[in-house]
Design a protein. Sequence first.
Length: 327
Amino acid sequence: MIVVTGGAGFIGSNLVAALEERGAGVVVVDVLGTDDKWRNLAKRELIAIVPPADMLDYLDQQADAIDCVFHMGAISSTVETDADLIISTNFTLSQTLWRWCADHRVRLIYASSAATYGDGAAGFSDDESPEGLARLHPLNAYGWSKHLFDRWVSRQIARDYAKPTQWAGLKFFNVFGPNEYHKGHQRSVAHQIFEKANAGAHATLFKSHHPDYADGGQLRDFVWVQDVVDMALWLYDNPKVSGLFNAGSGEARSFFDLAAAVYAALGQPTDIRYIDMPQSLRPNYQYFTKAEMSRLQQAGYTKPATALEDAVRIYVQDFLMKPDRYR
C-alpha cells in the first residue's frame, strides 16, 4: 500500500495515476472541497480517500501494510499570507509524518520547492548539508516553510537521529501539465496563456523591471509534470537512494518561449502584449531559475527532460483541447 498526501492535487494526482498504472494500491489523503478538484481522481481506482484530520489514525491502523508515503500535500500558494496555517500544514505536519515513518520503518518521499532558493543569489545547487541550506533565503512564507522542513531534515541526518528507511525530498521547479485546473491564479502560465489564445484573444506577460531582462525574457525552469513524476517513481524504485534533489528540466527558458510554444501547439501566430508587474510582486519576483540536476543524475537517474515545446504540445493537444482534459 502506498499513501499519497495531497493526492487529489496537481502533482499528487498525476503521481497517483502513474502508481495505479503500475498496479499499486493507493490511498489518497486530501480535502476535495466543493469545486471540481475531485475530477483529478475520477478515473482512479483507490483503496481509500482519507481526510487529513483522520490521517494519523488511518496510518496507525494500516501501519503493517504501508510501504511508502509520498508527501505531496501542502499549502502551495506563494501569495498565502496566513503564516500560522502555512507552518502547521507545511512544516509541523511534515515533521509528524517524518517521525511516524521513522518509527514504523516506512519510506518517505516528500515535496520541497524551488521557492526555497529565493532570488537565486545563492545559486540553485541542491546541497542538503546544514551549511548549504543556511545560505538560502526564501522570499515568501511558502518557500520559507518548505525550507524550514528541509533544514530540519538536514539536522536529523547530520545528528544521526531516527529517520525513515528511505527519505527523499524533491525541490519542484515550475511544473505544468494536466490536473492543475483547480489552482485558480496559481495555475501555470502555460494554462493561462492557452485559455486566452484558444479564445482568440491576445495573451499578456509581465514587463520586466530588471535591466538585464527584456519584457517576456524572464527565465524559469519549466518542467513537464510527467518528468517530476518519473523522478519520484525512480526514487521509489531505488530505495537505497536518499537525499534532497532538484526536480526540474535543467534548462532556463523565457516566458516568451513558453507562450510561443502554446500558440504553436494551437497552430496560431504568437500574440503577446506586456503589462506592468504589480508593485506588490516586484520585491519578491524571481527573474531566473534553473535546476542543477547533477546530484540526481549522479545518484543514477538518467531519463532526459521533455523539451519545452514537446511538453507544451502534449499538454495542449492531448489534454487541453480534448473534451476530457483530465489525466
